[in-house]
Ligand binder design. Structure first.
Ligand code: TRP
Length: 343
């Protein structure tokens, strides 16, 4: 009895805050889907999720904003088409939340030039765009920290390439807490479930990535024929010469894609053929192409429907902005109080 009373009087369990940002440069592809979006879709039931399009971050590398607007719409539409529910999560555009910019300003006072210059991604960008080494590029990790800390997020689903930024966000949070009082929890990298499927480029050169070889990347917006053509051109070889051989990684990748899109029977058949050295990659790719077309088509069509429905898009974006700003302004109030900026 006593137990029950205690249970009833305790406050409801707060769901942990998950946050991630998506850069709206380039079209989303299968690597994004299996490495990130599908992961987000699984999280939306159990966590208090914030997912946003990082359009301010884009300005650090893409000063031309004409295409940016469409890319933002497309990313929103594609994420909803892949199963993110704007009713369940806050799906918003970064620039709709001015509170992030104010927090960015405060955090900039806690970030040192030396550590920013040492950041791997900064050094890489300096190499890639020596003619445009702007201050926004240098403080990219500070803006990212503001994105995360504005919702006091604790779980941040990111790839390996973002872990250094996340560590910097933890450092800025700690410095803030130390100097002004405890406001921020320490954000941690997070992936839901253990098995994040890694998708390689179809030419066998590293991971499927946004900007490189378009023929080796399957985009969620690809038409049926483009999908077929790309799969048929995927790298193979003359086949295994001994039974139960180890698969080269470009072949392993075709099997990975098949596991994702084809029936278990189909996968088993080609596994068997491979292990017995009778596999015909042409046949395998034909089957994979059809199954992939059937996988991509509904996503592409749904995304296109949403993207063409400006009213719906506007509603989704506004709904997201409202949720994000409610949480952001609550944090900012605490921040201002902590640093005596509340007049
Ligand atoms: N920097 C991330 C990327 O390039 C995008 C991003 C911006 C982000 N702000 C974020 C990711 C906050 C996680 C949390 O992919």
């Amino acid at each position: 009895m006593l137990h029950r009373a205690l249970f009833l009087s305790s406050p409801p369990m707060q769901k942990e805050v998950v946050l991630s940002g998506i850069r709206p440069t380039g079209f989303l592809h299968l690597g994004n889907y299996f490495g990130a979006m599908r992961n987000y879709v699984r999280m939306q039931e159990e966590y208090n999720c914030y997912f946003f399009v990082a359009n301010w971050h884009s300005l650090t590398t893409h000063p031309d904003t004409k295409e940016l607007q469409n890319s933002v719409y497309r990313v929103i539409a594609e994420n909803v088409a892949c199963g993110l529910d704007p009713e369940k999560v806050a799906l918003y555009v970064q620039s709709d939340v001015p509170e992030i910019a104010e927090l960015y300003l405060y955090l900039n006072m806690l970030a040192y030039k030396g550590e920013l210059e040492k950041t791997t991604t900064f050094k890489e960008k300096v190499r890639l765009q020596p003619e445009n080494v702007n201050a926004g590029l240098l403080t990219y990790p500070v803006l990212m920290a503001a994105d995360i800390l504005i919702h006091r997020a604790v779980k941040v689903p990111v790839g390996k390439d973002q872990e250094q930024h996340l560590e910097m966000a933890r450092n800025f949070a700690e410095r803030f807490n130390h100097r002004y009082g405890e406001v921020f929890p320490a954000p941690q990298a997070f992936n839901f479930g253990s098995e994040l499927v890694k998708i390689m480029s179809l030419d066998g050169n590293g991971k499927m990535s946004k900007s490189e070889n378009q023929m080796a990347t399957i985009y969620l917006a690809d038409e049926d024929d483009a999908v077929r053509k790309k799969i048929m051109k995927a790298k193979t070889d003359s086949g295994p010469t001994e039974p139960n051989a180890v698969k080269p990684d470009y072949i392993e990748n075709l099997f990975t894609l098949m596991k994702i899109t084809s029936s278990a029977d189909t996968v088993a058949k080609f596994e068997h053929d491979f292990n017995n050295c009778v596999i015909r990659y042409g046949d395998m790719k034909k089957q994979l192409a059809e199954d992939m077309v059937n996988f991509i088509r509904p996503i592409r069509e749904k995304a296109a429907d949403i993207q063409n429905n400006k009213e719906l898009l506007a509603k989704i974006i506004q709904q997201g902005a409202e949720k994000a700003r409610a949480s952001a302004s609550a944090t900012l109030q605490q921040v201002r109080k902590a640093i005596n900026m509340n007049y």
